[in-house]
Ligand binder design. Structure first.
Ligand SMILES: CC(C)(COP(=O)(O)OP(=O)(O)OC[C@H]1O[C@@H](n2cnc3c(N)ncnc32)[C@H](O)[C@@H]1OP(=O)(O)O)[C@@H](O)C(=O)NCCC(=O)NCCS
Length: 172
């Protein structure tokens, strides 16, 4: 079965949340776990938009929290599929905080997650390829193979000696 490739931009999901008291830690900042929960949902929605199927989270790459998001601030999450492989998709997630009174935005963090599309029997199923259009989409697309190979090595699914893209990345 040949699936029609789809534009990266068509998978874009924008999510907005307000940080309420139940979302915060004892410092009055958004809890990392709550943010990761929202990121997981935004990322899954982008993948479902792309492949028109249910998906499961296969892996989450490292997440660094650059700036805390305060109680009463707004959380903006954008997710977009950066590259699709066979049955899996890498999705890029970016997060900003916003002070709605002073009206300024600040970067919180970004991350990559991988999702696998499932058929009605719960088995992995093929997904359409991604067409990157913008310079940023092309850069994310081009670098996705190295990230995939690194996470598959770390997940025990790929032997380091078989990671061609990583070898090219590290060879001078
Ligand atoms: C993710 C999952 C479907 C992969 O199943 P699997 O039997 O290992 O599947 P396969 O080896 O056939 O791989 C299927 C795809 O998953 C990818 N994959 C598997 N492990 C991965 C990992 N650790 N990181 C990234 N991708 C991974 C493979 O590369 C493959 O992608 P491709 O077809 O594009 O090449 C399975 O492990 C699963 O269901 N995990 C639980 C998911 C879940 O419940 N998530 C919610 C959080 S608990």
């Amino acid at each position: 079965m040949t699936l029609t490739p789809k534009r990266a931009q068509d998978s874009l999901v924008q999510m907005t949340e307000l940080v309420l008291p139940n979302d915060t830690n004892t410092f009055g900042n958004l809890m990392g776990g709550r943010l990761m929960y929202w990121m997981d949902i935004a990322a899954a929605l982008a993948c479902m938009k792309h492949c028109s199927a249910p998906v499961v989270t296969a892996s989450v790459d490292n997440i660094s929290f650059e700036n805390p998001i305060k109680l009463g601030n707004v959380v903006h999450i954008e997710s977009k599929v950066s590259r699709a492989f066979n049955t899996s998709m890498e999705v890029h997630i970016r997060v900003w905080g916003e002070d709605p009174v002073q009206q300024y935005r600040y970067k919180s963090n970004e991350a990559f997650m991988t999702f696998v599309a499932l058929d009605p029997n719960g088995n992995s199923r093929p997904v359409p390829k991604i067409i990157p259009d913008t310079e940023e989409e092309k850069k994310l697309y081009d670098t996705a193979m190295s990230r995939r190979q690194l996470r598959l090595i770390l997940g025990g699914k790929l032997k380091p000696e078989d990671a061609d893209a990583l070898k090219a990345f590290f060879s001078i």
